[in-house]
Design a protein around this ligand. Structure first.
Ligand code: C5P
Length: 223
């Protein structure tokens, strides 16, 4: 079959990453987590003493770090200037700073270029997950999915993923998640939004396996 390009967007806690990885693995496609790239550049900003709320400083540094994503859905990797960033990009510090960094247009331009290059190089096609894949990064994708879920379900799932010192109360998790979604949806440049031609899947009442099955079927219809 010809290479197939799939974009999966939606807010956090909808099952985007688990679904995207599983669909890519089942169908022999590459996988790209664009949120990990925004987290990686945010981690670099924090490590280099850049005030993430100073948009001019963030913009000036946007081209500096070298960010490389490995696209195997069974073992995705991300490095910043050669250093493994997979664990540090999941800390509270990065999670609370990432929306400010990702709202800066120069950051988005750089990440979008990286993402398009990776998608173009995937021989069998790719599943790309993020917030603006269907609207901005890959407007010609073969299939666009927009995942949603109730705030309660999203907070419960996110809480289940956080371990040890990173775990918080359910109410705190839900508040932090809604705050990040509001920032991502409210920014001027390529906000979180459903593309007009995206298929919306509400995952509130579905198991992960049901969501995966649903998306696999939709991809197979496109091939
Ligand atoms: O998906 P994840 O929660 O890891 O994404 C982290 C952050 O990266 C989001 O809250 C958002 O600010 C940013 N992001 C984005 N555009 C994307 C993917 C992620 O702005 N395509």
């Amino acid at each position: 079959p010809a290479a197939v390009i799939v974009g999966i967007d939606g807010p956090s806690g909808t099952g985007k990453s688990s679904t995207s990885k599983a669909v890519a693995a089942k169908l022999g496609l590459a996988y790209l987590d664009t949120g990990a790239q925004y987290r990686a550049i945010t981690w670099w900003m924090l490590n280099n003493g850049i005030d993430v709320n100073d948009a001019d400083a963030v913009a000036a540094a946007a081209g500096k770090p070298d960010i490389v994503s490995g696209t195997d859905p069974l073992a995705p990797t991300i490095t910043v200037d050669g250093a493994d960033a997979s664990a540090p990009i999941r800390t509270h510090e990065v999670t609370s700073a990432v929306s400010a960094v990702s709202a800066v247009p120069e950051i988005r331009t750089r990440m979008t270029e990286l993402q398009r290059a990776i998608a173009a190089e995937a021989p069998h096609g790719i599943v790309v997950e993020g917030r603006d894949i269907g609207t901005t990064v890959l407007p010609d994708a073969d299939l666009k999915i927009y995942l949603t879920a109730s705030p309660e379900a999203r907070a419960a799932r996110r809480n289940g993923e956080l371990k040890g010192a990173q775990a918080a109360g359910l109410a705190a998790t839900q508040a932090a998640l809604l705050k990040r979604d509001a920032a991502d949806s409210g920014r001027k440049t390529s906000p979180l939004a459903k593309a007009g031609d995206a298929v919306e899947v509400d995952t509130t009442e579905l198991t992960l396996d049901q969501v995966i099955e649903c998306v696999v079927t939709l991809v197979e219809e496109k091939r």
